[in-house]
Design a protein. Sequence first.
Length: 302
Amino acid sequence: MYNPRRMRYHAGMNNRGGGRAVMVASSVLFSAMSILIVAAQGVDSSIIACARFVTGAAAIAGLALTGVIRLKMANFRWLIVRGGFGATSVYLLYRGIVHLGLAKGTILNYTYPMFAALLAPSLLKERLSPDVLAAGIVSFGGVWLIVGSTAAGGLTGFGGIGPEEILALTGGVLAGVAVVAIKKLRETDSPYVIYLSQCIFGLLVVVFPAAGSSFLFPVRAWLLLLGIGILATAGQLLMTWAYKHVTATEGSLLAFLTPVLNLLFGLAIFGETVRLPALLGSAVVLLACAYVALRERLLRLA
């Protein structure tokens, strides 16, 4: 017998499952982008960020000019918040990867899920369930293990943190605000408009530091910059689409896959030092993400 309420429930579950899968795909693309950032040695982080924003803006403009998409801005206030906070966070992420390494630079920036989880209930009126909050705290503990073990001399935690580490953590706070803004904007604006706001504000953020840097790169570096822009644009659009179907807290926790992958890639590709606590922290983060992704199915089985 046809049951409209049941059909809507299953449709919502399918959309939410699709949102989780797309969020995971976005995390993988962002990790691949991070590898290219490290490979682009000698290129200033402001130029790397500029390449991302120029590529993204060009892609969105091209789709709009060819009639594939329509750009209509609705929530200007949140678009400004998303653009300004998100663009600055991206620059600080790239700076962190360049100055601190692939693993540590990414992980410090990816503390943002905890900040997004704390902000979402007050700004978005989302219900923060105790088990998801616990998963966030556990994930943050895993990040602590990873960050502490990347320091010379073993597990040191956050003691002795330097200016670059502070900047990377600041990027995490700003990214948390940006994620909340994305979730709010998905009620009124398309993923293309939301990403375009980041690109426009991003160019304003990095244009002055980039203008003082050298652009005399070999062809290989220009190709890497193009690859960074393409991967970042694809990852960002997928992430923005996914936030329509998952909560800000859930999406942020699934995004934790990026720093874990970067930790492993830093070890395998670039020979970065990874100690046992870092591997343990990676396992903790993965388990927390897996729980968040599967929690509704697990609760139904209980």
